[in-house]
Design a protein around this ligand. Structure first.
Ligand code: SAH
Length: 370
């Protein structure tokens, strides 16, 4: 079992194994149980990507580990920085597929927007990612790696307890997280572990287009905040914006939200509503939204439509968005209009679309950093 060398491709990555899986792996490797805890600390608290740096382990053990395992990160194929400080990393995995991860700094917090799939199968008509044909699920390691790459770039190792630039995590990047539930759940358990990356479930929000059968499980097992991409108040309109609605219509989706474990006035469900000119933005739509949300601890995020090349929609005028917000607000719901972030680097909601489909050879983005 203890070969002195092995080819790099044959080495197994330890990143992405949960605590239990890492313990089992180390037991099979012949290591004592506390070794798994030490490794966990080095990988997820210290962010070390090289066994040689794990100085609390004996040199011989480090060498044995390095012969059998690896810890490497995906390649950052491009880094783009927006004029508003938003950063986008294009990550390339070993099979050449790419996803995008976005960091959005704000005054009192910093949010990392993480992808769960390469591309997306939902084909929402207003979303750029939905036009990407190539799709596969990300593994747990590939989801966790997005957080680790951000920590690398932000210089936040060991995991700081306060004054973090990465305080919040949203599963709002490419893909539908509830179509890749097992890997997302495994990844989030690693991310939430207090002795590692240590991002609390209260700071994590999972956004879904409405995979109704998975919603309750997500709440019960992970306890993260829920966001729902609602976008329309009538089934005929939502059918055309979010085709998944044909399978799980609005009434069923809202019933699942009513039953979401952990939802309360202190922990509201976020309803995302993209403002599309002449499609879903009338005062009557706003009044119907208020009626539909009755009995749900809810807040509404109004998202001005972010354009992308060839998109068949326009953003609602400011006055229509303000009028919509006023109606929802007057009914007692918070209804902020989200300021688009990172639009100049196509990092805003619905603009992510990786080069897995169309290679971008020229470095056209502003402030190209790498
Ligand atoms: N599949 C999940 C996760 C993606 S979240 C979901 O649908 O919730 C991405 C969010 O950005 C969703 O609310 C999506 O509806 C929204 N979005 C997509 N395209 C957009 C666009 N062009 N402008 C503004 N918001 C958009």
């Amino acid at each position: 079992m203890l070969a002195t060398s092995s080819s790099p491709t044959a080495r197994r990555s330890l990143v992405g194994l949960g605590r239990g899986a890492l313990a089992t792996e180390m037991a099979d490797f012949g290591a004592e149980p506390f070794r798994a805890r030490q490794l966990w600390h080095w990988i997820y608290h210290r962010g070390v990507a090289d066994f040689a740096a794990m100085t609390s382990l004996s040199k011989g053990f480090r060498e044995r580990l390095a012969a059998y395992y690896e810890l490497h990160r995906p390649i950052v194929s491009r880094t783009l920085t927006s004029s508003d400080g938003t950063r986008k990393w294009v990550l390339r995995f070993s099979d050449g597929q790419e996803v995008e991860t976005v960091h959005i700094p704000e005054e009192d917090r910093g949010t990392l927007c993480v992808s769960s799939q390469v591309g997306c199968t939902l084909s929402c008509s207003f979303c750029h990612t939905g036009t990407q044909r190539l799709v596969r699920n990300l593994g747990a390691a590939e989801i966790v790696a997005q957080v680790m790459i951000a920590r690398d770039a932000l210089g936040e190792w060991p995991s700081p307890q306060e004054d973090r630039q990465l305080t919040n995590l949203v599963l709002m990047g490419m893909g539908e997280p509830l179509f890749n539930y097992d890997n997302v759940a495994e990844a989030l358990k690693i991310v939430m572990d207090p002795e590692g990356l240590s991002i609390s479930r209260r700071k994590i929000t999972l956004s879904t287009a409405g995979v109704v059968p998975m919603i309750l499980r997500c709440g019960a097992e992970l306890g993260v905040n829920l966001a729902v991409s609602l976008h329309a108040v009538r089934d005929d309109i939502r059918d055309s914006l979010v085709p998944l609605n044909r399978k799980y219509p609005i009434a069923e989706l809202l019933d699942a939200c009513r039953a979401y474990p952990g939802a309360s006035n202190a922990r509201r469900i976020t309803f995302e509503y993209v403002m599309l000119k002449g499609v879903n933005d009338s005062p009557a739509d706003a009044r119907e939204l208020v009626r539909l949300l009755a009995g749900i601890p809810a807040k509404v995020n109004l998202i001005p439509f972010n354009p992308w090349p060839g998109a068949p929609f326009e953003c609602s005028p400011d006055a229509a968005i303000a009028a919509f917000s006023d109606i929802v607000f007057a009914a007692g719901y918070s209804a902020p209009v989200r300021t688009p972030r990172g639009r100049d680097i196509l990092a805003a909601c619905g603009q992510l679309k990786s080069a897995s489909v169309k290679p971008r050879r020229s470095a056209t983005g502003p402030h190209l950093a790498a």
